[in-house]
Ligand binder design. Structure first.
Ligand code: PEP
Ligand code: MG
Length: 760
């Protein structure tokens, strides 16, 4: 592995090349014009971290930090980025990148400018829509420069923003890697972004924002763009708002991005012609059709030709207008008007933040006022009751992030930082784009004619969520998931001050049990009465070693095949008993919405022994559920024998099942190209497991990464799986996929019957 050309990758490669690169490959496949390029895969970075010893050092730096403390977060980020940037890249990787770059230059016979973009493997998962989290370098030229920028993209996996995002979303830092896309630069005369459907209501209205020169000016909020709206049903342009675009970004002679002041005429000129808008919308519709969901597209025009630079799903479309969102405000003095970028009403004290150093000023409930937000401001944005900016359009950083955080926002007011003063109380209406003086009361709405509301999607197959960080439980609940299909407790344990066995050795088992109890309670309480399947500890030795007291961890040649999962807990029985005691405490408090799930089972004896210990601890298994992960071919092939030991459910751990079936170490980049969760052998094991479980009345589920992939879920629903557990970001999308497949199954059955009734 290492370098792959964009036309060689597709959506199945997300785990290796990240969403950004995989999407570009997909676009090429449906005939969308995409600039030529290649991608340095994520395994290359993982390998670099592992072989240089940086991985452990990074875990160490991040262990005890409080992400809400901006100073601590920034300090940790700085330290990690310096470590990565000062460690040399392996020679063979460097040479492979240089060779690929030379190939990009072949056609023109001279060194070309390229964009070097980060493609984090978690950043663009279906459902996640944060912009600007990792870095992008434009106008890079020359092979040494390309190599240097690839390294900088790598280190940008640890910006404060990115660290914060992962913790909040429940991703483990070490599970997220970064691939880097190197793509020929389009020297654009015009560029911008397009939402193929309305980003808040989901209506079939394409929204395009456009500026002169490079599109970076929009995302960074430096320029307020032209705004166009195209009605895709009536096929007409509905809105043309020409903004005053005082500057543009362009490529200077030395290749650097430069800011060019525009003269009055150009700055007030309309950027896109009617024809260009129509052409863009047509391309947008091809992309939306291909993915089956509205898209957020970056585009550029060079010498009259449109290029699509990037596309990702819009995740901010409002499902259903909630009652409280429909309030209207009493009349009040209007201080400012801008664009309503994130719906809702926020009231609070103004805090003007002119640079990221000042974000510690912002306290819970304040109204954050700034020229334009930057990724470093996200911790403060999260605390704010509303956000107001001088600059930006509907797709600027402030708009995108505040929509995802659910914080009302008004952008592009031009003068918020001048008109508003620190300490003033204001009311921000994120629907209408207005900022009022004082705290304005909400007015009861008059009865409105009935509108057809979208009913929440009910599926027969339950859609659950995976969780690793107890603090992320509330957000996970907000996905509407039907419970937790996998609560990985490793993250919580690895985050403790010392190794679990050290607690035990130090005679502090009660302390350890209490830590487990506290973390588990956050999750079972947040989801009560929906079920939470708690998985007993499954951390490989290499991850444990970095903890205090972890020095005794055995050094294993292949930790994936080593001392982990239930086999370990049965050897270190005191540890297993500690977990059971923590769960027992919860059950005694009435939290019976719990399932215990054993990881990495390979034999009936393991299940028998584990059950015996649970009984010895006096935990009543008739009050809660008990099940196993099916993540070894052994478990799948002798599932009948395991069922006979008495289990309520199984959950397919496709991450491990795939690696053990295909003899592909999931952490080894040399064989990553062979890692395929839909390999016929893996699918056969899955199908067999579901069939046998159905026969015996044992519930089936999936909690491996494949449970967040629509194409896999489609197959599993057809096989009759009882529930699917996805990552928080994917829950909504997976629910839609499940609903569609279930409807299709019913429809097919109906049609079959009708056909039978037609006389020959
Ligand atoms: C799996 O193996 O699919 C799984 C969900 O467990 P983990 O990824 O934690 O090994
Ligand atoms: Mg596993």
């Amino acid at each position: 592995m290492g370098v792959l050309w964009l036309d060689e990758v597709d959506k199945d490669d997300i785990p290796i090349v990240g969403g950004k690169a995989a999407n570009l490959g997909e676009l090429i496949r449906v005939g969308i014009p995409v600039p030529e390029g290649f991608v340095v895969d994520g395994k290359t970075f993982m390998d670099f971290l592992e072989n240089s010893g940086l991985k452990e050092k990074i875990i160490e730096v991040l262990r005890d930090i409080n992400i809400e403390d901006t100073k601590q977060l920034e300090g940790a980020s700085r330290k990690i980025r310096e470590m990565i940037e000062s460690t040399p890249m392996p020679k063979e990787v460097e040479e492979e990148i240089k060779q690929a770059y030379r190939k990009l230059c072949e056609e023109s016979g001279e060194e070309v400018f390229v964009a070097v973009r980060s493609s984090a493997t978690a950043e663009d998962l279906p459902g996640a829509s944060f912009a600007g989290q990792q870095e992008t370098y434009l106008n890079v030229k020359g092979e040494d420069e390309v190599v240097e920028k690839v390294k900088k993209c790598w280190s940008s996996l640890y910006t404060p923003r990115a660290i914060y995002y992962r913790v909040q979303k429940g991703f483990r830092h070490e599970d997220v890697s970064i691939a880097v896309v190197v793509q020929k630069m389009v020297n654009s005369e015009k560029s911008g972004v397009m939402f193929t459907s309305h980003p808040v209501t989901g209506d079939k209205i394409a929204i395009i924002e456009a500026v002169w020169g490079l599109g970076e000016a929009i995302v960074s909020g430096m320029v307020t763009p032209d705004h166009y709206e195209y009605d895709r049903v009536q096929r007409t342009i509905k809105v043309v708002k020409i903004a005053e675009k005082k500057i543009m970004l362009t490529r200077g002679e030395d290749g650097k991005t430069v800011k060019v002041e525009l003269d009055e005429e150009k700055s007030k000129a309309r950027v896109l012609s009617d024809k260009e808008i129509e052409d863009l919308v047509n391309l947008g519709e091809i992309i939306e059709d291909h993915y089956g969901t509205p898209q957020d597209v970056e585009w550029a025009i060079e010498k009259g030709k449109i290029y699509i630079l990037q596309s990702r799903p819009i995740t901010t479309i409002r499902e259903e207008k909630k009652e409280e969102e429909e309030v209207e405000l009493e009349e009040g003095k209007i201080l400012l008007k801008g664009l309503g970028a994130s719906p809702g009403i926020g009231i609070g004290k103004v805090k003007i933040v002119l640079s990221p150093d000042e974000i510690s000023k912002v306290e819970e409930g304040d109204v954050l006022v700034t020229t334009m937000t930057t990724p470093d401001m996200v911790p403060a944005m999260r605390k704010a009751s509303a956000i107001v900016t001088d600059e930006g359009g509907l797709t600027c950083h402030a708009a995108i992030v505040s929509r995802e955080l659910g914080v009302p926002a008004v952008v592009g007011t031009e003068k918020a930082t001048k008109v508003l003063k620190d300490g003033m109380v204001v009311t921000v209406d994120g629907d209408k784009g207005i900022v009022y003086a004082g705290a304005i009361k909400e007015k009861k709405k008059e009865e409105k004619p009935a509108v057809v509301a979208q009913a929440p999607i009910i599926t027969a197959t339950e859609v659950k969520v995976n969780i690793s960080i107890p603090d992320a439980a509330e957000r996970a609940v907000a996905t509407g998931a039907d419970g937790v299909g996998l609560f990985r407790i490793e993250h919580m344990v690895l985050g403790l001050k010392k190794h679990p066995m050290k607690y035990i050795k130090d005679g502090e088992i009660e302390k350890y049990i209490n830590e487990l109890y506290k973390g588990m309670k956050k999750v079972v309480k947040a989801f009560y009465p929906k079920p939470v399947w708690i998985r007993t500890l499954d951390a490989p030795t290499d991850e444990f070693r970095a903890m205090e007291g972890g020095e005794d961890e055995p050094i294993e040649a292949n930790p994936m095949l080593g001392f982990r999962g239930i086999r370990r807990d049965l050897k270190e029985e005191e540890h297993f008993r500690a977990e059971i005691r923590a769960i027992k405490k919860l059950v005694e408090e009435g939290y019976t919405n719990i399932g215990i799930m054993l990881p990495l089972v390979t034999s009936p004896e393991e299940v028998r022994r584990a059950k015996q210990i649970i009984m010895e601890e006096g935990l009543p298994l008739d009050k809660i559920e008990f099940g196993i992960m099916v993540e070894t071919p052994a478990a799948a092939l002798i599932i009948e024998d395991i069922i006979k030991e008495g289990i309520d459910f199984i959950s397919l751990g496709t991450n491990d099942l795939t690696q053990y079936t295909l003899a592909v170490d999931r952490n080894n980049e040399n064989v990553a190209y062979l890692y395929n969760e839909t390999h016929p052998a893996v699918m056969k094991l899955i199908e067999r497991t579901i069939k046998v479980c159905k026969k015996y009345g044992v519930k089936t589920s999936i909690c491996g990464q494949a449970g967040s992939y629509p194409h896999v879920v489609e197959k599993l629903v057809k096989m009759g799986i009882d529930s699917v557990s996805a990552n928080p970001d994917a829950v909504q999308r997976i629910r839609e996929v499940v609903a569609r497949v279930e409807k299709k199954i019913m429809l097919d059955k109906l049609r079959e019957k009708e056909l039978e009734n037609i006389p020959e």
